[in-house]
Design a protein around this ligand. Structure first.
Ligand SMILES: NC(=O)c1ccc[n+]([C@@H]2O[C@H](COP(=O)([O-])OP(=O)(O)OC[C@H]3O[C@@H](n4cnc5c(N)ncnc54)[C@H](O)[C@@H]3O)[C@@H](O)[C@H]2O)c1
Ligand SMILES: [Zn+2]
Length: 379
């Protein structure tokens, strides 16, 4: 490890309350930090044998380099790959990866490294959670979405034909290593999808961060490393703080679903043709307007969020061929809807999630108001 690299790295600690499966973990962020992965593993997750899971694309781009960094610990390293994409996030891939790792002789004293986007971090996390009843997992997220969202918080799992993320486990990682330099190769739509989640973090937790994103939008789209690093650090701090206060997702973590009730409905109605982050962008505008219509959110909030999203080249209106009724119907059949009642995480103001009267973090909304919010958002 060189001094420069060590000095530019920044650590965000996730402290977990007593009773969680681990006392907490470090998230280490720094441009070029992947070169120091060996030293980080020795310090945080020593093991005689590391399994590494990656999709074919990320393995092709970074597999050799990261394998060499891990091998510098003196441990055995085995990289197993799977075909990328959400369609691979299945029990079948979980089984194939598990069998491959067993074939390499990974044991109970081994450690699993997830190198990739959110599909990889979810899948590998679930493999680690179940491998010989659970081995430690180190997350090395390579998409912006995985760096600021999927790799933090311990939610792992796979999709089933009945829906997304229906089978899984909580496994808090031992360590998360985030190198913004890998974003240089991320496809443009994936970068913007990740930025939508950054806007979400700002909307629920930090109004000044929302202004920063608006100001830095051109630099973020140009992938200026300092601008990206600033966003990663601020978003990671927000997500880590929410996770630390609610590790098992019993309360406040619901605020991270701002924009997502509508987003999931849009994704389902369009058979997932709309990328997740784009659907979240649309959903945040609709749900901010919904808050305004309910008298919960100050007027002008939706416009402020919309401005940041537009500056990032994200869609802020619903596709013209989607009716409010179709979206409402899809929202009512979502697995998170209870007895057909759709719940929303809403804003008290830009930069602050709203707390419900009885202490919860989600709100019921009258279908007419949701319809009105959907209609206004499509104008
Ligand atoms: N566990 C959680 O808390 C949580 C939170 C949010 C999302 N998720 C999950 O995350 C998944 C979506 O994550 P995603 O958008 O990262 O998808 P992904 O893993 O499919 O990655 C998107 C694409 O980018 C490619 N890629 C990743 N990093 C790259 C890089 N540095 N250079 C070039 N290409 C790269 C991948 O190969 C893939 O083609 C979903 O399955 C979602 O359910 C989980
Ligand atoms: Zn999301």
């Amino acid at each position: 490890m060189t001094h420069t690299e060590a000095e530019t790295a920044l650590t965000v600690r996730v402290d977990l309350p007593a009773g969680a499966s681990t006392i907490g973990y470090d998230i280490v962020i720094g441009a070029g930090i992947l070169h120091t992965l060996g030293a980080l593993l020795t310090a945080h997750a020593p093991a005689p044998h590391y399994g590494m899971v990656s999709d074919a694309r990320v393995a092709g781009l970074y597999g050799d380099r990261v394998t060499a960094a891990v091998r510098s610990t003196g441990a055995q390293v085995d990289l197993v790959r799977f075909p990328g994409g959400e369609r691979s996030k299945t029990r079948e891939t979980w089984a194939a990866l598990t069998d491959a790792l067993l074939g390499h002789g990974l044991g109970r004293d081994g450690c699993l490294i997830a190198l990739g986007g959110g599909v990889t971090t979810d899948l590998a996390g679930f493999v680690a959670a179940t491998f010989m009843r659970g081995i430690p997992c180190v997350q090395v997220p390579t998409s912006l979405l995985a760096q600021i969202d999927a790799s933090i918080g311990g939610k792992t799992g796979v999709d089933t034909p009945a829906g997304k993320n229906l089978v899984g486990a909580f496994l808090h990682p031992r360590l998360v290593v985030i190198d913004p330099l890998v974003l240089a190769t991320l496809p443009d739509a994936e970068l913007r999808s990740g930025l939508a989640e950054a806007v979400k973090h700002a909307a629920i937790a930090d109004a000044e961060y929302l202004d920063l994103i608006l100001r830095d939008a051109p630099r973020l789209l140009e992938r200026e490393v300092h601008a990206l690093t600033r966003v990663i650090v601020r978003s990671v701090r927000i997500k880590a703080a929410v996770v630390a206060r609610d590790p098992a997702e019993l309360g406040e973590r619901a605020t991270l679903n701002f924009g997502h009730t509508i987003a999931h409905a849009v994704e389902r109605v369009t058979a997932y043709a709309v990328p997740h982050g784009f659907a979240v962008a649309m959903g945040m505008v609709v749900e901010a307007r919904l808050g305004e219509l309910m008298g919960l959110t100050p007027r002008g909030t939706a416009d402020r969020i919309r401005a940041a999203l537009s500056a990032l080249g994200l869609p802020v209106g619903l596709p013209a061929d989607l009716t409010a009724d179709a979206i409402l119907a899809a929202a009512a059949t979502d697995k998170k809807a209870r007895a057909g009642r759709v719940r929303f995480a809403l804003l008290a103001e830009p930069g602050r999630a709203a707390r419900a009267p009885h202490g919860g973090w989600t709100f019921d909304a009258a279908p007419d108001l949701v319809r009105a919010a959907l209609t206004r958002a499509s104008l």
